[in-house]
Design a protein around this ligand. Sequence first.
Ligand SMILES: Nc1ncnc2c1ncn2[C@@H]1O[C@H](COP(=O)(O)OP(=O)(O)OP(=O)(O)O)[C@@H](O)[C@H]1O
Ligand SMILES: [Mg+2]
Length: 357
Amino acid sequence: MTAPNLYSSTDTGPRGLSAGVGPAPSPLLLPKSARKRDEHIHRRPDQPRPLPGVSTPPKGKDTPASAVADQDQPAQPQTGNAIATTAQNRLLPVQWAPPPGSLILVGRARGGIGATSFAVNLAIELCSKRATGRSRDRKKVALVDFDVQFGTVANSLDLTDRGGLVDLLRLPRHPDAQAVRNALLTHNSGLRVLAAPANPIPLDALDAPRVAAILDALMADNDTVIIDMPPALMRWIEPLLARAERMLVVTNLAVTSVTSARRMLNILREDAPNLTIETVVSRESKPILQGKLHRQAAETIGAPLSYWLPEDARNARLALDRGEPMVTFAPRSSWSRAVRRAAQTIHKSAARQQLQR
Ligand SMILES: Nc1ncnc2c1ncn2[C@@H]1O[C@H](COP(=O)(O)OP(=O)(O)OP(=O)(O)O)[C@@H](O)[C@H]1O
Ligand SMILES: [Mg+2]
């Protein structure tokens, strides 16, 4: 007789929004029809973006002839000078922009599981020299706290929000690179932080185009951008899914946590079928061999149990009270060592993905 699947009693049917009995849950993310309108949201940061609010200048008598010629090139007979100028422009070097950094999402199956602690310490590790394994190579890393109501990233790092995110949301236009840089706080490790507002704001104060602009600016400036995901599935997470390479879901192995991880991922996979998803098992030491229960949990979540963070309530509490990351407060603890290993694996894998792009 085979042992029953502990996770099968709740929600182990086929994946996807339309799976299961009864009406399919309505998509929380933008419907396909809306995506056409918001095409720029899906643009990779290295593709040209139509500047918001900038329209094609009308052809009036004040419009310089050269501007008209640029727009209507095929219709305009070119003079000898114009041909020479066009040829000269073709010889100019193509403007080079560095490839955008990689985006890592950190989500959680349920509250209080240790997702923010992991996101913060992973970010600190990724911008340290240890993760890259080369002494001179310090990576630029940004961490965004999109838990805009009760986010604790700033507190965990002894930083004080100066209203950076709220300023970006108040701008009459989409934030540009400089506005986003101004909104960042810098930790003494070099980590840049876009903190959640000190006073909670409504979750729908953010919108997809603005989030897309913030991400593009951050990814252009940094090697890695880590997102501490909001506690709810908002429409504005679509630009996150469109750009992310990897999602790390923090959970424990309780049936309720595993099934809510599965429910959340079913929805996210609809919009991001190619996202690499891995499970971070919190408050459990890595087993020497993964048993049947572990395999069932991984199958139910639909993502391997890749990283294990042991229980360490004492150091977690002391580090948080001091506003210091656990990896520097207790660098030799098994929790910190586990995060360090995770950072090294993630760094190597991100470097491989970058090469393949
Ligand atoms: N491995 C651990 N062992 C013991 N306690 C931990 C561990 N990781 C985190 N904690 C503690 O658990 C609490 C919640 O952690 P954290 O804020 O990281 O979780 P979260 O999943 O982001 O929660 P939230 O739902 O508030 O976003 C904190 O007090 C933290 O210090
Ligand atoms: Mg959190």
